[in-house]
Write a protein that binds this ligand. Structure first.
Ligand SMILES: [Zn+2]
Length: 91
């Protein structure tokens, strides 16, 4: 899930900062309220968020086994067996 709070910990002093402008422009910069050092441009911040989300999503599907999952689905649809629900299908 995206970081909806828009909070960013300063890499220099670990103070939590936040994008407070409603619609930051790509070149807008976040400066630490603790140490006054540059943290990130908004463009780099968004790029980092998207990169993390893509990585998280790719890891989620990295170990899926389509043929095994289809076999389990067929068994479940036949109703003869109640196979264990694969972890990725659990809610
Ligand atoms: Zn700082």
């Amino acid at each position: 899930m995206f970081n909806i709070s828009r909070e960013v910990a300063c890499p220099h002093c670990s103070v939590v900062n936040c994008w407070e402008i409603n619609d930051p422009q790509p070149d807008d910069e976040l400066t630490c309220t603790g140490c006054r050092r540059f943290i990130s441009s908004h463009e780099d911040y968004i790029y980092g968020l998207v990169k993390q989300e893509v990585s998280r999503t790719m890891q989620r599907y990295a170990h899926c086994n389509v043929s095994r999952d289809l076999s389990l689905l067929k068994l479940a649809l036949m109703g003869d067996v109640s196979p264990p629900v694969p972890e990725m299908l659990r809610y």
